[in-house]
Structures are given as C-alpha cells and as structure tokens.
Design a protein around this ligand. Structure first.
Ligand code: SAM
Length: 304
C-alpha cells in the first residue's frame, strides 16, 4: 500500500490542540505521537528559528513522514521512555507536550497488520512491529478470565465473558491466527444492528492490550509532569473513556488515580491548572468530514 503524509492520517482537533500549547517562538516542544506528522508540522509552523520540536513514534512506518527541518528531531521509540530520551538529548525542561493517542488511520488502512476487521490478515496489531507479543499470541495464550477482563475493561463489551468463552473453545480445536478466524468465532455473539460497532470495540480492546497502551500513557504523563517547566502546556487528545479518565486525573490531581493529596500544611497539591474545564470535542463539521474524530476529546492543562 502506498501512502503519503496526506493519506496517512488526517489530524484531529488540529488548531484547538496546538492553540492549547500556546507556543513560544523559542520554546522546546514534544509531539509524542508523530504519525502522519500533521500536528508536528503545525507546531513547526508556529515555532521561531530558535525553537525545537522532538517527535516520537514507535511505528517505523511513521518515519516516511519525517520533515526535513533543523528545528526537528524524530525519536523512534515508545513515548513511555520520554524522560530517558530527553536526558539523552540534554533537555531537562520543555515548554509543551502534545499527545494524540491511539493508532492512526494508516494502521486501520494497512491490510497486513490486523488492526481492522475490514481485511483478512494475521492478527498482529503491534504498533512497534519489532517487539512484544502479537494479538494472535495473546488470544491463544491468555487465560479465559484475563481475556474477558480485556474485552470488558478496554472494549466496554457487556458480553465479554461469552466472547472469551467462545475464543477459549475455538482455540482448543485450532489456533486463532487471522482476523477472519476471530470474526467467525465471535460474530454470532453480536447483534446484527450493532455488529460492526461491537466488533470494532473487540479489536480496540485487543490493540490496547497488545500495545500496553494504558501503562505507556501513565508513564508518559508522569514524564510530562516532571519535564514541563512553569507555564508549560500539556495538550492531550483521547479516543476512549479509560484514556480520558487517566488524563483528567493527572491534570486535576497530578497523579493517574486522581487522588487528591495534601502536603504537610494541608495544602492541596495541584501541579496543573486546567486551561479548559470542559473537554473540547470536534465541531460538527470536523466530525462529518472525519468520522474518526467523533470519539475525540481534548484536554489542556498548564504546569504550575
Ligand atoms: C492518532 S496517531 C497520531 C496522528 C498524528 N497526530 C497526525 O497528525 O498524523 C497516533 C500515533 O502515535 C503512535 N503511538 C501510539 N502510542 C505510542 C507510544 N506509546 N509510543 C510511541 N508512539 C505511539 C502511533 O504509532 C501512531 O502513529
């Protein structure tokens, strides 16, 4: 499949999320989810000649969108290692960090990687194709209860237990290898009118587990809290409620559990000020033009 930066991914909430960074001309910024580079290019457009942008992506496919600009550094890594990489580059404070979480349209459109049930493909689903267990390995080896938890927690599927049971039964006869295998095992469990939506949720749940997305997000947010200087901005776009809750907790309480902590004198510890109290969602026009944006939520906070 041939993709260009334009077909790779249409950036979501582009202006709103970059406005949220309140870019200083000579500031140091990080885009932890480079993808097609839409957000990164907008940051570069607003940066002056002494500013710098470091962009992360763990998927080597994103490298084809790298921009040739002296003010730009691409880091092919999981963003959970943010602090280590910034130490490597000699950066101890940043002025803003943008995250546009999850996978890109490129992942869904790639017929070979198993992210979408639109194509029959090996169940891989790793964003970093060089590391970790694939979705097939997980489906064939995890305990039935563990699978049910994944479908319930990450996919919010009410019939998670029945899905896990069907998988456990099927794999005892033949290993599950492709998206087609998984669909034929589970499609009878979904109601016809909701079949596509629920199938998408099942795929989403597997993808989140395969890529350890929640753990990576938590680590990245602690890294951002440590690295943002006073007045630095955190702008995060999420696509499902669990991610959004983690981000909201960090912005409100300074930890991912959302626990309000007090110091010795009883003062509430609040490392961030919320820039928007209500989440920002895409306009009706954006949602119509880009269906992927429909579940997007943007939160912005400033480091105190
Ligand atoms: C929603 S897309 C970002 C799209 C981008 N903002 C644009 O405008 O094209 C998310 C990207 O982040 C990458 N990604 C997701 N989780 C990651 C992680 N933990 N570490 C590094 N990259 C990650 C994915 O590979 C994907 O390319």
């Amino acid at each position: 499949m041939i993709t260009t930066a334009e077909t790779y991914h249409v950036p979501v909430l582009l202006n709103e999320s970059i406005d949220g960074l309140d870019i200083k001309s000579d500031g140091i910024y990080i885009d932890v989810t480079f993808g097609g580079g839409g957000h990164s290019k907008e940051i570069l457009r607003r940066l002056g000649k002494n500013g710098h942008l470091y962009s992360f992506d763990q998927d080597p496919d994103a490298e084809k969108n790298i921009v040739n600009d002296q003010r730009f550094t691409f880091v092919r890594s999981n963003f959970r290692y943010l602090k280590n990489w910034m130490r490597y580059y000699g950066v101890d404070h940043i002025d803003g960090l943008l995250a546009d979480l999850g996978v890109s349209s490129h992942h869904f459109d790639d017929e070979t990687r198993g992210f979408s049930f639109r194509f029959d493909a090996p169940l891989d689903m790793r964003m970093n194709k060089r590391a970790g267990a694939t979705a097939a390995e997980l489906l064939n080896n995890y305990g039935e209860e563990q699978l049910a938890d994944i479908f319930y927690i990450y996919g919010e599927l009410k019939n998670a237990k029945r899905i896990a049971a069907a998988i456990a039964k099927a794999r005892s006869e033949k290993a599950i290898e492709t998206t087609g295998d998984l669909m034929s095992i589970t499609e009878k469990l979904f109601q016809r009118e909701r079949e596509k939506k629920e199938m998408a949720k099942m795929f989403q749940a597997l993808r989140i587990e395969v890529n350890h997305e929640m753990d990576a997000l938590k680590e990245m947010l602690y890294g951002a809290k440590d690295m943002l200087g006073e007045g630095g901005r955190l702008s995060v776009i999420t696509y499902h409620s669990l991610e959004d809750r983690i981000v909201k907790n960090m912005m409100k309480a300074g930890n991912v559990e959302g626990k309000i902590k007090q110091d010795f004198f009883g003062r509430i510890e609040a490392p961030f000020r919320l820039v928007n109290n209500k989440v920002i969602v895409p306009s009706d026009q954006e949602q119509q033009q880009n269906p992927r944006s429909r579940s997007a939520k943007l939160r912005i906070a400033e480091r105190l």
